[in-house]
Design a protein around this ligand. Sequence first.
Ligand code: ADP
Length: 496
Amino acid sequence: MGSGLESFVKIPTIKFTKLFINGEFVDSISGKTLETIDPRTGEVIARVAVGDKEDVDLAVKAARHAFDSGPWPRYSGSARARIMMKFADLIDQNVEELAALDTLDGGKLFSMGKAADIPRAASILRYYAGAADKIHGEVLKMSREFHAYTLREPIGVVGHIIPWNIPSGSFSMKVSPTLAAGCTMVVKPAEQTPLSALYYAHLAKLAGIPDGVINVVTGFGPTAGAAISSHMDIDAVSFTGSTEVGRKVMQAAATSNLKVVSLELGGKSPLIIFDDADIDIAAELALRGILHNKGEVCVASSRVYVQEGIYDELVKKLVAKTKAWVVGDPFDPKVQQGPQVDKKQFEKILSYIEHGKREGATLLTGGKPLGGKGYYIAPTIFTDFKEEMLIAKDEIFGPVMALAKFKTIDEAIERANKTRYGLAAGIMTKDLNVANTVSRSIRAGTIWINCYFAFDNDCPVVGYKTSGFGSDLGLEALYKYLKVKSVVTPLYNTPW
Ligand code: ADP
């Protein structure tokens, strides 16, 4: 690549660019390909097969066959777990290459991928492997003389439509519980970041996951994605992405076969910092809450509310920290923020910044692109925003914070809830009563008190309002891929 970064990382050659259907890498039926772009330069990394409806049909056929007649749903839970553990080990053994693929494709920090994202993908697999042999129903208490119990059965063929911001995490969060449940699946990675998903498919095969259990169809949303959500032979679709596309997925599910839908959608999450918070920690959390992964995080703390007593001091610290934040090549270990994922996203963020200026918010710092090439944007803070402004209403999905001052706890709650989203919220206070009151008053699926981004495998991520429904992570996500069946039999041979 000639960037002088070869001492930090070996940039991999791209090995997998075709669709993965029934255990084989194959060209798309049309033979068409798309260019996947390196956001550091705008240059082409590789050409990847473009799957369309006919390719999704083939993938669903393979998944259906693997579900109806293949071994995967019929293995014991512990047999599935053993293979999943092996899959996880293979991920760990290929951590550098996988991290490099996500950096090349998505501009994510290589150091973070290597230390967090990829090991996390393996750890999610292990978490669900641990649950695979603990799937069972209940014995029910009947009011008459019947014996009844529930079975939890795999739901069938699952369609996963995943986004580009955390390609490895999303892949693992979707695929792992589906595997544990004994389902088969068709995965459509985002067109911006298809490379790691294909690599995971290769590792799944090496681990011994039978053909047809995991199929990966790369391609575009309105074609390959829509073919999944409207497919008559897919039993459930799990989608992570924008609220706008989530609506389309749900509509397509409703007008096709009423497949089960789960949606993890947009967010505009508030972080509320009270006067008694530790200012240094609060400034750091606020900064990381929005700048982590260059703001391309659905739970980013994009609205920060600071109580008036510490507002001025906190703003001073926040601006100083923001100015010291290092933006640059994501392969460089000193860098804290890489480029936005693509040109479209880059332009969208810049246009929101212009809106912010026009709408009368005050630009404290940033507000412009950085560097001559690539999709870099300076970390940006607006203050004096109102919830009616676009920069406070819409999910920008970039390094743009909206900051405001508040007086009372009621005002903070009211403003924090003034959003159509409800994914997450952060609260910083030493006062337990305040923390309890606010956490119960905010309509959001995850509340972090004196922390942010404290994800864990056992912690479900669920949306309120237009942030969607149905969780990722936790045992809740496993249940999305299981159906409950009630079985009833008379106790004493009297069937009435
Ligand atoms: P963003 O707007 O942030 O790019 P999207 O919600 O458009 O996020 O994309 C998330 C995923 O949804 C991607 O895999 C994309 O290809 C897919 N997608 C986009 N449009 C559709 C659609 N109409 N039907 C199904 N999937 C879609």
